[in-house]
Design a binder for this molecule. Structure first.
Ligand code: EPZ
Length: 419
């Protein structure tokens, strides 16, 4: 499958942002901790979420769809503590089943995670944390096996991460929620989805304090009860539409957003001559005139999100002047640059830095989505480019963007999916 885009058309109208993929990534596996029925709202309808529910069903959970974005999950009858290889290896977030299965049942087997190829993606900090809590951890035959002695629970521990890691912070929060005693996570990540995971766990009877700071304290409880929880909106999906308006021009209102989660993206776009007007749960994005260049350095939250770096690069290709992007999180996140160059972009990559010399226009070409956000960058470039752009390998994009073609077509874009 591919997306075919006839570009050079400004975008106008309203678009509703879906629930946050990366919050769903840990909160849905977190449902395994709950001995009861949970109703989760604002769930994004994307491939990664469908895969997560498939895994949960294999483990013995009952999943019922109430509406497109509302799901009911009952984890009382979990009978299998091993994530099937053929499902778990397909996405990164499968490693969160380690924290939740180990936390509730004291035992888990999960395939080493897949996901976007952004360079090496070790999970040593996750495993180090489980071990500090008393688990025996073994990596064998493509699986991680973790267990505590029969009849016992994980034990609260002080864990200091060697680097700021979103995934390990969330995995240890899951594991510590039903542990015996208090767990303290130092040098914790502060992303909005970490605060969201803490709010979910607390809504179900957990005791997590300090999420959103670099010190998180989790007092283990005996069990979690059912309840209702609504996921936060997807700041990266919102940022992607903001970048699309910046590149293609026009005026678009994004609804179902939390503007303060977008502060970093908004201020960078303002620097580039894009107007952003915020209200309580929506923002208006309007491209004012020609784009100004800007420098970006990706950082853990509240710094500029690495997951918006490729999309911003597409916008900067069209700025009047030279911009520089420094990628501080991932070792190999510029593979999309050569694809943009096929469309007439002028980008030089040197290690973790890219220098972008703005060009007056991009032209349509056949390009490939190297990963999820790289794919979003291709679409943004295609929307702004003259002529037709075909984007291949779109399974990466379908993993993380709900109804992308429908949402963009609703803003007047000429985009369709083809065989
Ligand atoms: C999450 O990945 C997101 N994925 C990524 O988004 C995002 O880019 C990243 O956080 C940073 O914000 C999901 O939520 C599913 P990390 P994660 O642990 O948790 C190193 C997207 O496009 N590290 O914060 O895997 C690691 O190599 C995806 O939506 C270790 O060395 O990221 C990296 O350099 C792509 N050992 C840095 O830390 C570890 O045990 C940050 O990784 C863990 C991480």
């Amino acid at each position: 499958m591919k997306y075919v885009i006839r570009g050079n058309k400004p975008l106008y109208g309203d678009v509703k942002i879906s629930g946050f993929k990366n919050a769903a990534a840990s909160i849905l596996p977190g449902l395994i901790l709950v001995n009861g029925v949970c109703r989760i709202e604002n769930v994004p309808d994307i491939d990664d979420v469908r895969l997560t529910f498939q895994i949960m069903k294999k483990l013995g959970a009952k999943i019922r769809s109430i509406a497109t974005d509302i799901v009911e999950a009952d984890s009382t009858g979990i009978s299998c503590l091993s994530v099937p290889y053929e499902l778990g290896c397909l996405m990164r977030a499968s490693h969160f089943f380690l924290g939740s299965l180990l936390g509730r049942f004291g035992q888990a087997a999960v395939p080493l995670p897949g996901g976007c190829d952004l360079g090496t993606r070790p999970i040593d900090q996750h495993l180090k944390g489980f071990e500090a809590m008393g688990a025996k951890v073994q990596v064998k035959d493509g699986f991680v096996y973790a267990s505590v002695p029969h009849g016992s629970r994980l034990k609260g521990a002080n864990i200091r991460f060697d680097m700021v890691t979103v995934g390990a912070t969330m995995n240890l929060m899951l594991a510590a929620t039903l542990a015996d005693g208090i767990t303290v996570l130092e040098n914790a990540a502060k992303e909005p989805h970490i605060v969201d995971l803490a709010a979910f766990l607390n809504a179900m009877g957990g005791d997590v304090q300090g999420a959103g700071t670099n010190l998180i304290k989790i007092r283990g409880v005996r069990s979690l009860h059912g309840g209702t929880y609504s996921l936060i909106p997807d700041q990266i999906e919102a940022g992607t539409y903001m970048a699309a308006v910046a590149a293609a021009g026009g005026e678009v209102r994004l609804t179902n957003v939390i503007p303060r989660h977008l502060d970093c993206i908004s201020s960078k776009l303002r620097e580039m001559n894009v107007e952003i007007l915020e209200s309580e749960s929506s923002i208006l994005v309007r491209r004012l005139g020609s784009l100004r260049p800007a420098d970006i350095v990706t950082m853990p939250y509240p710094g500029f999100p690495t997951d918006m770096q490729p999309q911003m690069a597409s916008v900067l290709c069209l700025a009047e002047g030279t911009s520089q992007i420094t990628e501080a999180i991932w070792e190999d996140r510029f593979r999309y640059a050569k694809e943009l160059c096929r469309m007439g972009a002028r980008i030089t990559v040197n290690g973790r830095q890219a220098v972008i010399h703005g060009v007056p226009k991009l032209t349509g070409a056949n390009v490939t989505a190297c990963d999820l956000r790289a794919g979003a960058a291709m679409i943004i470039a295609g929307l702004a480019a003259e002529g037709i752009t075909e984007v291949g390998e779109i399974h990466y994009i379908e993993r993380g963007y709900q109804n992308l073609t429908e949402k963009l077509a609703g803003l007047g874009a000429d985009i369709r999916m083809e065989q």
